[in-house]
Design a binder for this molecule. Structure first.
Ligand SMILES: [Mg+2]
Length: 227
């Protein structure tokens, strides 16, 4: 009972801190409107990877089933140092190595990302990817993204922040526009002075962390949840 009350109190506190956006004031935009709103000269744009550029739930689902949810959980910031045993930490590194090198063969390009990247390529914009995924020394994610989105072989490699906020990376690449599905993406974009644009997460995603689409005053892309 006490626990239930505590949970309710925490839920109420969370709701006060981060209310759901009022649908009447959420700024929903379409691709054409977005294209018209961009400056004439080329800009630097950054994409989140999971649930923004790619639907990567198959790999995370496999990881949770294989290694357990204490080691792999999409959206939850599990850090290696939080795991109590060496065996768990070894499995954690093994999962991330497999996720970044093999499991994206099951990831699906998001429709909206294909449209957005085509738009930015046509303008001569510089395209970057920043992910909070864990880097364990090797990755084929950059190669996967280049192939899926028709980017040149010498386009910038994915920047991994290892569960840290993305703000520094956004500043370093001088991102002017930033696309992401998580509240963290939007928050970090605002902190770095980039224009945040929300891509909606697919309802089929295994990442169940709540999002507050439009609640930061950011624009929300219409139909961006579809794969
Ligand atoms: Mg994401």
């Amino acid at each position: 009972m006490r626990k239930t009350l505590l949970t309710l109190a925490l839920l109420a506190a969370t709701a006060v801190l981060m209310p759901a956006a009022d649908p009447a004031v959420v700024r929903v935009i379409g691709l054409e409107e977005l294209a018209r709103s961009l400056p004439h000269d080329p800009i630097n744009v950054v994409f989140d990877v999971d649930d923004t550029a790619l639907f990567t739930s198959p790999g995370f689902q496999w990881g949770s089933r294989t290694y357990g949810e204490t080691i792999v959980s999409a959206g939850v910031s599990i850090r290696e140092e939080d795991l109590p045993t060496e065996e768990q930490r070894r499995k954690y590194r093994e999962f991330w190595t497999r996720m970044n090198n093999e499991l994206d063969q099951y990831s699906v390009k998001k429709w909206i990302a294909g449209e957005l990247i085509a738009l930015h390529k046509s303008r001569g914009d510089h395209i970057y990817f920043v992910t909070k995924r864990i880097f364990t020394g090797s990755e084929r994610l950059s190669e996967t993204l280049r192939r899926e989105f028709g980017l040149p072989a010498d386009s910038p490699a994915v920047i991994f922040t290892n569960r840290q906020p993305k703000t520094e990376a956004f500043r370093r690449i001088n991102a002017q526009v930033s696309y992401g599905d998580s509240d963290g993406d939007i928050r970090n974009s605002i902190q770095a002075g980039a224009r945040p644009i929300r891509v909606l997460r697919s309802p089929a995603s295994v990442n169940h962390e709540p999002t507050h689409d439009g609640a930061f005053g950011e624009e929300v892309l219409r139909n961006s949840e579809n794969d």
